[in-house]
Ligand binder design. Sequence first.
Ligand SMILES: *[C@@H]1O[C@H](CO)[C@@H](O)[C@H](O)[C@H]1NC(C)=O
Ligand SMILES: *[C@@H]1O[C@H](CO)[C@@H](O)[C@H](O)[C@H]1NC(C)=O
Ligand SMILES: *[C@@H]1O[C@H](CO)[C@@H](O)[C@H](O)[C@H]1NC(C)=O
Ligand SMILES: *[C@@H]1O[C@H](CO)[C@@H](O)[C@H](O)[C@H]1NC(C)=O
Ligand SMILES: *[C@@H]1O[C@H](CO)[C@@H](O)[C@H](O)[C@H]1NC(C)=O
Ligand SMILES: *[C@@H]1O[C@H](CO)[C@@H](O)[C@H](O)[C@H]1NC(C)=O
Ligand SMILES: *[C@@H]1O[C@H](CO)[C@@H](O)[C@H](O)[C@H]1NC(C)=O
Length: 587
Amino acid sequence: DEQIKEDDNCSLPSMDGYPECQDKLMWMKKMWKGDPCYASHGVNGTLCSIFIYLSETESWCPLLPGRVKHALRYAEVQDNLSGLYPALENRAQYRWIYQRIRSMDEIWNIGPHSSLLQILLHPGVVTDESHLKITETAFSGGPLGELVQWSDLISTLHILGHHLHLSASLSDLKDFLGVKSNCPARRSKIEADLIYTDIIGFQQIKKALQGSWIQYKCMFRVLDSFGTEPDFNHAAWAQKQNLKSPFGRLSLIPMQFYTMFPHTPDNTFLGFVVQHQLSDNEAEQLKSNKRLNQALVYGKSATFWEGKEAYLDVIHKYMEIHATVDNSTRIPSYVKNHGIIKGTEVQTLLRQSKVFVGLSFPYEGPAALEALANGCAFLNPRLHPPQSSLNSQFFKGKPNIRELTSQHPYAEAIGEPYVWLVDMHNSTDVERALTAILNQTIEPYLPYEFTCEGMLQRVNILIEKQDFCHGPGSWPPLSALKIVEAKFGTSCKQACQDAGLICEPAFFPHINNAKSLSNYSADCQESEQSDRSLVFPAYSNTASGKHCVFQSDPLLFSCVRSHKSLIRICPCRDYIKDQIALCRACV
Ligand SMILES: *[C@@H]1O[C@H](CO)[C@@H](O)[C@H](O)[C@H]1NC(C)=O
Ligand SMILES: *[C@@H]1O[C@H](CO)[C@@H](O)[C@H](O)[C@H]1NC(C)=O
Ligand SMILES: *[C@@H]1O[C@H](CO)[C@@H](O)[C@H](O)[C@H]1NC(C)=O
Ligand SMILES: *[C@@H]1O[C@H](CO)[C@@H](O)[C@H](O)[C@H]1NC(C)=O
Ligand SMILES: *[C@@H]1O[C@H](CO)[C@@H](O)[C@H](O)[C@H]1NC(C)=O
Ligand SMILES: *[C@@H]1O[C@H](CO)[C@@H](O)[C@H](O)[C@H]1NC(C)=O
Ligand SMILES: *[C@@H]1O[C@H](CO)[C@@H](O)[C@H](O)[C@H]1NC(C)=O
């Protein structure tokens, strides 16, 4: 096989960890004259000039000894959001996002320093080309989760001082990236260091850039509210297993999907910020004993209310019920409806109320946390049977099979006295929760990871440390790794959780061989490599000892699946309380 070897004029470093470097070198050696942009980057046909280009301008090869990649530019941290407004205020697609950002202007604190990046944001959901009309329905009761997350991401990145390029259409996108060029930069307006998009946006980008999207592959961060599990992500696997989803099969690294809540640890938890503007004085006033005997119902659309009369009747025995639902909805006559109102007015209602009433849908929205932050208890309806893409119309086609045991699993984990799991069809159970809520003082509660400060800390560290361009990295630090075995039928997500830890997929490559396992007192008498399942590394006990199976396809590493006759070997780590995305040694 043909190989590029070093020559008299250029000695090359080891290419371990850069599997594509050789191929790229060979291609460039033949093709560098094909596009003048390579010469404009200093390529002159010598091996060293090509190697320098491939390591410094693109990232396929390691740095030559003695060379440094462009010096980091330092970001100038912003102390307010006003610098964002010109890019947002006159664009229809960003109208809702602009309003949210403005309404939260005062709660953002100054962020920590980091290196300055050029960041392209392409929210597919707001583009006209997506035909979703989400930017119009946002003002009339439409779903807001994605817009909430985009708003808060934009604010975070701005406060951290990065340069943002906001795209709202395919023509913006093409303009920023320059579509026809083979080599990046120069021809496009910006040299993007990171590209945030969502699944629709990602599909638009792939189509617009055709083959050259691949050079941006490792820069993508894909906002994906409910998450994409590795088997749905892996195009060939999903095809073979007939896992049908219009959103899967992107074959990115699963951690490139950024979720709304910490769903599967295979993805990255991005989150959002919960609105809360509390001085100590206000917090004191917001204690539940100073409030009206009032409940606010979580439900803006008529369909959520269907069949819930008996449940609401029980609640009405204890308190007055308010709602913010479309005026045309048929609701019990005792409900005081305010119609669709602005976010700030909803907060005012929450601050007067003692209970925020879930109707079992919508699932996993931001509103439940907003209610807790404003001092309400949340009635969280149990879902039986648990709902997933296998049995629920809402999740159908979503690229995961995560099961929800209640309307809001994240809130469920917070538990009493803030969150009360109730069976809507059992009046005794609903009454049990209500009497307990009314008989105590409940303080406003907001997990750190949903504050501005928590989001700034998390996003800043993810930007600095998370790297998908240079093979398995050194973050999170290996010192955080704790190996846990998952019994038959148990996933690593579960096994780590049972040990008070979280599964960390970035550690899979480190434990995927017999040598490193022997370091963790898990000796394998026999071993093999396989890509038949998502549960590897795992072992079975045989007559001759442990038979270990290691994962041969890194895209099939997964925290979430289990096997009935194999014991999984799980990479777990600790986490900062209320900041689950980060380990203690991560910050
Ligand atoms: C090394 O550089 C010299 C002078 O520039 C050149 O003549 C020679 O061909 C080069 N050697 C190789 C192997 O490229
Ligand atoms: C080609 O580029 C390399 C690396 O930048 C440089 O060291 C070398 O002098 C250049 N050679 C020629 C002939 O321009
Ligand atoms: C907001 O920040 C900009 C630039 O960082 C500054 O010029 C402006 O005075 C600030 N405005 C307020 C209200 O602090
Ligand atoms: C809906 O009802 C509220 C309260 O009665 C009222 O203030 C609001 O104007 C109504 N909205 C519409 C669109 O009818
Ligand atoms: C109803 O709820 C009560 C209190 O939580 C519980 O003891 C009872 O078993 C439930 N009844 C049914 C039929 O689930
Ligand atoms: C209310 O709380 C008090 C003190 O914790 C307790 O003694 C009482 O039984 C409670 N009453 C109800 C109705 O739960
Ligand atoms: C095993 O542990 C030793 C000492 O802690 C370390 O130096 C070595 O790199 C480890 N080996 C593997 C394969 O992880």
